[in-house]
Design a binder for this molecule. Structure first.
Ligand code: PTR
Ligand code: PTR
Length: 332
């Protein structure tokens, strides 16, 4: 089955996305209840306050360890962040929660330790009147100090829906200034989806063009974060990974999106938070496939490539209430 056929099949049932999502969730809960995955380090008293949400923790078996506990209140190697590696396509990311004031130095320590070339931030500082992330980065021509690190903003450009900042990171006593890209997407509410697949794909295309995403597992990882570092972060990474699989020549009929999400969730829990986020990621991939097909047809000179009804438009329709998704409970 093509990805479009699989999508349409889920779509055909009014509770298709909820059912699929619940199945994936239950699988994960079973493994956690089986104690196959533990969060002991995250729950230790000296680390617990370093978590933004008590229910979003990195697994013991797959967490980022700091080389130094930096200057946080309690000196440990703990940070709420998980490596995510997809070996077959050479992608390596660090998925993290939005830093707290108390963990900002740890965050910069992580960026330094792993030679992170770019930080992709998918949230705003304040959402729905609540603070969702500490402002750990400089926004103007100011320089911030976090423990032994100083971070300066060298350049800032506003794009359609996102801000691209060029930061310079220095560590006290080390003669080395590192450039770190900071891309902040501002159109994505937590537990929600971006306004359209097209807009989201332009952000992804922009980031891909910066050449900061790894192509080999030995390349340094980018950091992707939102508030909890699971919902929006998981959705973003899923789309990038599937596009990379397609780029590398894997046939779309061989790509199992739910299976991929389940594998990714073994590396960080809760990736992709809602059935709508899963649907949005899938729809974005379909929009990408259509664009590639249209471009190929045009390049072949056929010139008659008809725009297939885009999955992105369907997301719009859903907003307008013309397509109902997931309004029924699974199993009913
Ligand atoms: N318990 C929190 C909540 O549901 O509000 C955890 C949480 C917060 C989970 C935000 C996901 C969130 O979204 P994101 O990972 O996209 O920041
Ligand atoms: N809330 C659980 C806990 O604090 O132990 C962790 C948990 C997270 C459990 C996610 C299940 C989860 O499932 P999924 O990855 O399918 O969202």
């Amino acid at each position: 089955r093509t990805l479009k056929e699989a999508f349409d099949q889920i779509e055909a049932s009014s509770y298709g996305w909820n059912r699929l999502f619940t199945q994936m969730h239950n699988q994960m809960v079973e493994s956690i209840e089986d104690n196959r995955y533990s969060f002991d380090e995250a729950r230790k008293s000296e680390n617990f306050d370093k978590n933004r949400y008590i229910d979003v923790l990195p697994y013991d078996h797959n967490r980022i360890k700091l080389t130094e506990g930096a200057e946080s209140k309690v000196h440990t190697d703990y940070i709420n962040a998980s490596p995510l590696r997809i070996d077959s396509v050479g992608r390596s990311y660090i998925l993290a929660q939005g830093p707290l004031k108390e963990t900002s130095t740890d965050f910069w320590q992580m960026v330094w330790d792993y030679r992170v070339p770019a930080i992709i931030m998918l949230n705003r500082i304040v959402e729905g009147g609540m603070i969702k992330c500490y402002e750990y980065f400089p926004t103007a021509s100011t320089e911030l100090q976090h423990g032994p690190f100083s971070i300066a903003c060298k350049d800032s450009k506003n794009n359609d829906g996102f801000v691209h900042r060029m930061l310079e990171l220095k560590k006290k006593g080390v003669d080395d200034a590192r450039e770190v890209h900071h891309i902040q997407y501002t159109l994505w509410p937590d537990h929600g989806v971006p306004p359209s697949t097209g807009k989201f794909l332009s952000l992804l295309a922009y980031i891909r063009n910066l050449n900061v995403l790894s192509n080999s597992i030995d390349d340094p990882p980018v950091v992707v974060h939102c508030s909890a570092g699971i919902g929006r972060t998981g959705t973003f990474v899923l789309v990038d990974v599937v596009m990379k699989l397609l780029d590398s020549g894997v046939a779309e009929t061989k790509i199992d999106i739910p299976g991929l999400v389940s594998d990714m969730r073994k590396m960080r829990c809760g990736l992709i938070q809602t059935p709508q986020q899963l649907r949005f990621a899938w729809a974005s991939i379909l929009t990408h496939l259509e664009k590639t097909a249209t471009a190929a047809a045009t390049a072949n000179g056929s010139g008659t490539a008809k725009t297939i009804e885009s999955a992105g438009d369907e997301v719009e329709k859903e907003k307008n209430g013309r397509i109902k998704v997931g309004t029924e409970q699974p199993g009913t």
